[in-house]
Design a protein. Structure first.
Length: 193
């Protein structure tokens, strides 16, 4: 029963993506990490303007499976199990991908590393950050204007900050309170290399 639900979840997520970019011979998996409000979705959007890739945004995908999310551990497990299967499916089809999620735990990132290693695809890691005062203003504005797909607020940010772990592999650091173009240029070059 579990595998049937998992396959159904993956199909629902895949259908929600809409048209995919053209397949390439050597797809790349870009994994973006960062606390809520740091600008992950903004950065992924800018990257998608430069490189044809599918953006897997966990906040949006969560609401495909759970229209009124509870943000429980079981819900997150089911969501990310489906996302991981979707990543494998799309990489096998030759689709460049970027995963837009907090990805704060090295243990959880290691599963993404193993997918890339197993499939022999290039892995690009980006740590997105911004000064706390910038994040707090963004989260306040997001809630007031009901913009964005995330439901996270400052309390969630502070709680998640306590559990954030360093990335142990080579990665790019993107400060979205500054011009992201220089680091974006480097990542685009790495993807196209």
């Amino acid at each position: 029963m579990e595998n049937v639900r998992s396959a159904s979840d993956v199909d629902r997520l895949a259908e929600s993506l809409g048209p995919l970019p053209e397949a390439v011979a050597r797809p790349v998996l870009v994994v973006v990490s960062g606390l809520p409000g740091t600008g992950k979705s903004y950065f992924c959007g800018r990257l998608a303007e430069r490189v044809p890739l599918a953006v897997l945004e966990s906040d949006t995908l969560r609401k495909v499976l759970f229209p009124v999310p509870a943000y429980t551990a079981d819900e997150s497990f089911r969501l990310f199990q489906a996302i991981h299967h979707l990543i494998e499916r799309l990489l096998k089809k030759g689709i460049h991908l970027v995963l837009d999620a907090t990805n704060l735990s090295e243990r959880h990132r290691e599963y993404l590393y193993s997918i890339a290693d197993r499939l022999g695809v290039k892995l690009v890691l980006a740590q997105v950050e911004a000064p706390p005062e910038t994040v707090q203003a963004r989260l306040r504005r997001r809630l007031e204007e009901r913009e964005g797909r995330s439901d996270a607020d400052w309390t969630v940010y502070e709680k998640m900050k306590e559990s954030a772990e360093a990335i142990h592999r080579q990665h790019y650091v993107v400060d979205t309170s500054r011009d992201v173009t220089p680091v974006l240029d480097k990542i685009v070059k790495e993807i196209e290399r």
